[in-house]
Write a protein of this length. Sequence first.
Length: 78
Amino acid sequence: MGRWLEWILPDWVTSRRDDPSHSHGRRFTRRYRKKKEIVKSVWIGSGLVMLAFPALPLIVALSLLTTFLSFVILDETA
């Protein structure tokens, strides 16, 4: 990131501290990183199903379902 951008942005934007109570810092906690790995696995599995059965209605439905599941898994209220 450019020096001028670091000067303009708030400190928490460039910080990589894991802070469960902060919306940006929460992304660096171990729990959130584990959830991201789960979401990545779900997307890979979904992509493999799409490649195995290349029908447009299935791809659209599976994409929407996988997107919904991703948001559910990464939801920070749980």
